[in-house]
Design a protein around this ligand. Structure first.
Ligand code: 4AD
Ligand code: MG
Length: 463
């Protein structure tokens, strides 16, 4: 269907006084004796385009249906300067109106403002609301900026497998992948037999991270990144966990922890800057309606150094804090959300890299520090969201890695490929994982991860 994007009509002055065809959904409308007005949105812009209808010209048209909220129209008309919005705004004087799809009055997105909870019950429709229009435009701009950042810096984009035979993080949060039905287990003598009969002849699951395969690629291409889904069967019903999330994982050869932090900081700053440039209307909306002061916050992020804080120092700060934490603080604990929020929001009020965590609370592959107690790991914590990045330098020493895996009781035979990387030309290397939805939350100020992904997958629900 030949038509022109509303975005182009609004931004290109050469359409003025031209006749154009536009398509879209009616977002609001007004009807008076001789005139009617419909605000049309086709999804290409945040702002709606006003269609001015002289009712005398449309005596034979079912205007009531055309003006109904949610109905879809094709309109031919002349682009003219807006009568109300003098700042270069335009509107359309309608000449022809075609009702593409009527929308009955039980359309749930009526004019009044709905709660996020209510909108979550209708993922198929909520995306047409202004907030989601803005969220998904920003999400798309962030994704493009991520690719541009890595492509522009010589990183090779690789796609790691989603079905895997190993649990990368060793955290036991893997969804199993099986083609066996309900009765299969009953017919097997043992677990081994059950898995031997399964599709891959062994136990398989959905990958929690592409890192281990990313390391394989980095040992050939030097700098790589992945950008794809990761799956975690985490039973935590929080505002920042989903079972299926999008994961950006760069892996860099010849890099130590400070190099990894430098890239992470530069990436975060670059993608925020580009998004601010490319989505000004959306970002202004978030600043006004979702998080007051958001633009100032992001401006500070872009223009200041991130804090780098040793885990041991973080614990000292938390122990001294005049706050009654629910989870008691002592050296060795994993930081809880309340601790992360205190550090980023109360102490530093900016992004903080916490580095050198205790070995026992982190994954097996992290580089062991000379102190024998900590690893060269780093999480990036940000106000409002908490951890958005988890990364580390990797243990590149074959013997140290094997010793750690044995200590953890891991099945070495499942990690043959990974160990080979330490055997054949091992180099210092490291990388990180950015939770893409958490990045979208931080950039938009949206409070719940369920509202920045099309169809959130969380424990107990699926559709
Ligand atoms: O800290 P994580 O578990 O680190 C890894 O997976 C490493 N293999 C990354 C690497 O070094 N290549 O996860 C990385 C990030 C977290 O900081 C968080 O932002 C996000 O992934 N994440 C989730 N996001 C939404 N829902 C969940 N359930 C998430 N789990 C992790
Ligand atoms: Mg983590």
């Amino acid at each position: 269907m030949k038509h022109i994007d509303i975005k182009d009509i609004m931004s290109d002055a050469s359409y003025l006084q031209q006749d154009v065809t536009v398509c879209g959904w009616v977002r609001t409308s007004r009807d008076s004796k001789t005139m009617a007005f419909a605000e049309l949105n086709d999804g290409t812009t945040f702002k709606h385009l006003q269609i001015v209808i002289n009712k005398n010209d449309f005596a034979d048209t079912d205007l009531k249906s055309c003006l109904a909220l949610g109905s879809s129209l094709k309109v031919v008309g002349t682009v003219v300067p807006s009568a109300v919005n003098k700042e270069g705004g335009v509107e359309i004087n309608a000449k022809e109106i075609t009702l593409l799809g009527a929308c009955p009055s039980d359309y749930p997105l009526q004019k009044k403002r709905h709660t996020m909870e209510y909108l979550r019950t209708m993922p198929q429709l909520r995306v047409r609301a202004n907030t989601f229009n803005a969220v998904f435009h920003v999400r798309s701009a962030l994704a493009a900026a991520i690719h541009e950042y890595f492509q522009g810096n010589g990183f090779v984009y690789v796609n790691t497998p989603l079905i895997t035979g190993s649990d990368a993080e060793g955290a036991g949060e893997m969804f199993e992948v099986t083609t066996q039905g309900y009765d299969a287990a009953k017919e097997c003598e043992s677990k081994e037999e059950y898995y031997e009969n399964d599709f891959f002849g062994k136990k398989a699951g959905l990958s929690v991270s592409g890192q281990l395969e990313g390391e394989v690629a980095a040992m050939a291409f030097g700098k790589i990144y992945t950008f794809g889904p990761s799956f975690r069967a985490e039973n935590s019903n929080t505002q920042r966990h989903v079972a299926e999330f999008w994961h950006v994982e760069p892996e860099i050869a010849f890099a130590e922890l400070p190099d990894v932090l430098e890239i992470a900081e530069e990436m975060v700053k670059t993608i925020i800057t580009k998004t601010l440039e490319r989505c000004p209307q959306e970002m202004e909306f978030f600043d006004k309606r979702i998080e007051k002061g958001l633009l100032q916050k992001l401006d500070n992020v872009v223009n200041n150094d991130f804090e780098v804080l040793d885990y041991t120092k973080a614990i000292e700060l938390l122990e001294k804090a005049p706050v009654d934490f629910k989870f008691p603080v002592e050296w060795g604990i994993d930081l809880q959300t309340e601790h992360e929020r205190y550090l980023t929001e109360k102490v530093f009020n900016k992004p903080v890299f916490v580095i050198n965590y205790p070995k026992d609370i982190k994954a097996f592959y992290m580089k062991q520090n000379p102190d024998g107690k900590t690893v060269a790991a780093s999480d990036l914590l940000v106000p409002g969201v908490g951890e958005i990045i988890g990364g580390s330098e990797r243990e590149a020493d074959y013997d140290k890695l094997i010793a750690e895996m044995k200590k953890r009781g891991m099945d070495l035979s499942a990690y043959g490929d990974y160990l080979d990387l330490r055997k054949f030309g091992s180099v210092p290397h490291g990388g990180y994982g950015l939770g893409f939805e958490r990045m979208v939350m931080y950039t938009t100020g949206m409070q719940n991860i369920r509202d920045v992904i099309l169809y959130p997958r969380t424990v107990g629900t699926i559709r």
